[in-house]
Write a protein that binds this ligand. Structure first.
Ligand SMILES: Cc1ncc(COP(=O)(O)O)c(C=O)c1O
Length: 403
């Protein structure tokens, strides 16, 4: 049996979300319904009256081997259309049920025992626990809050070994909301190219860089073939429930390996999901969704910043620039608060769900005192949730244990 660590962040959220009044644990922009999607498509497009009839008309045979051609061409043309880069073809894209399966298939297809992987850290646990479960050696490339969560390229150079097969990135970064700039990505590509290392970039929050300019490109646009990007409609497009994601690579051998592992896991995607996803990515619906979520994230970022300013003796963060999430550090008397106790009591007393950093993004010792706060909710809900946290701090903070 493969030995695999418990997936802490997912377990934490999914075992606690039911009936919660204030959910600040989510990492996506306020979800829309299929009706909202149909009306957005309707407002923007003429294809619209037919949204429902076109869904009902889908043949219920298996779908195509790499996924729906209509969806893949929209992903290739709209999402990876950097004018400075070679256009992508639909042959460079494979669809998957969500970003997590995209990552799973890439890691499963490309790694094995004896391979070494350098993984940016902190990040989504899947990117380091899954390679370890597959038998790869994992080195964490650590960013620190004191450096504004910037990654040190010299450190990356030192981590590379003769058997380094992959560098795994996440941009924008979960849980910090930091971004890897174009210059940093270019340096990483340079280092990877020198050693012929594959880069996996989990771009599940891309292109939601709400507070940085210029916005970093997708890793796909940087002219190195041994790159694979994963993404999904879950976060920046508010459609987590559709479970549609994808893998993109310019290297046909990487795509072929991923298609092979995809066949073992799912044969093909749900045609209904792919059809709806293709509507979501039809222009200008996709622009409408991205504009909505950029505006929402920017506005809500300020709401959280106001909260942090008001409680500056208790908590601080490096202001996120991408994704509707941030990593907030709570301290008492100069010591990190016990973040697991903090989140547990906050849920019990005020029905607010946050994610404890040391449990879900560290090993118990790293990221003590941190919580991940998602601010992709509707603004009025976010304000009400932060108000409940404020009351909790007033009433209970003094009694909470520290590390
Ligand atoms: C960095 C990162 N990658 C992948 C995923 C999974 O995405 P999906 O919900 O599309 O499976 C998440 C979900 O939180 C994430 O944060």
């Amino acid at each position: 049996m493969v030995k695999i660590d418990p997936f802490e962040v997912d377990h934490w959220i999914l075992t606690r979300s039911a009936g919660v009044k204030h959910n600040l644990a989510h990492s996506y922009c306020s979800a829309i319904s299929i009706n909202d999607l149909a009306s957005a498509t309707g407002d923007c497009n003429n294809e619209t009256e037919n949204v429902w009839s076109s869904v009902f008309a889908q043949p219920m045979s298996y779908g195509p081997m790499k996924g729906s051609a209509a969806l893949r061409s929209r992903i290739a043309a709209l999402l990876y259309s950097d004018p400075s880069a070679e256009p992508l073809s639909i042959e460079n894209i494979v669809t998957t049920p969500g970003g997590s399966l995209a990552n799973f298939l890439v890691l499963f297809a490309l790694l094995g025992p004896g391979d070494h992987v350098v993984v940016q850290y902190p990040t989504y646990q899947q990117l380091y626990s899954l390679p370890a479960a597959i038998g790869a050696e994992v080195s964490l490339w650590k960013a620190h809050q004191e450096d504004g969560w910037r990654l040190d390229l010299d450190e990356l150079r030192k981590l590379i070994r003769p058997n380094t097969k992959m560098i795994a990135l996440n941009n924008p970064v979960n849980p910090t909301g930091a971004a890897l700039s174009r210059a940093t990505l270019e340096e990483i590509v340079k280092i990877a190219r020198e050693h012929s290392i594959i880069i996996l970039s989990d771009e599940v929050y891309y292109p939601l860089f709400h507070s940085v300019s210029p916005t970093p490109p997708s890793i796909i646009s940087l002219g190195y073939d041994k790159v694979v990007a994963t993404s999904a409609l879950s976060k920046a497009y508010s459609l987590a429930g559709l479970r549609v994601g994808w893998i993109a690579s310019r290297d046909p051998s990487i795509i072929d390996l991923c298609v092979n592992s995809r066949s073992y896991a799912l044969i093909t995607m749900s045609r209904v999901d792919e059809h709806l996803a293709s509507l979501a990515l039809s222009p200008p619906t996709v622009q409408h969704l991205l504009d909505r979520n950029n505006t929402l994230s920017k506005r809500n970022l300020q709401v959280v910043q106001d909260f942090i300013n008001q409680h500056s003796s208790t908590c601080q963060w490096v202001q996120p620039v991408g994704a509707p999430i941030g990593f907030v550090k709570f301290e008492k008397d100069g010591k990190p608060i016990n973040d697991v106790e903090f989140c547990t009591k906050l849920l019990e007393k005020k029905s607010v769900l946050l994610v404890p950093g040391s449990k879900c993004f560290g090993d118990g010792n790293e990221f003590q005192g941190y919580v991940r706060l998602g601010f992709g909710e509707e603004t009025e809900h976010l304000k009400a949730s932060l108000n409940a946290v404020h009351e909790f701090l007033e009433e209970e903070y003094g009694n909470l244990p520290v590390f």
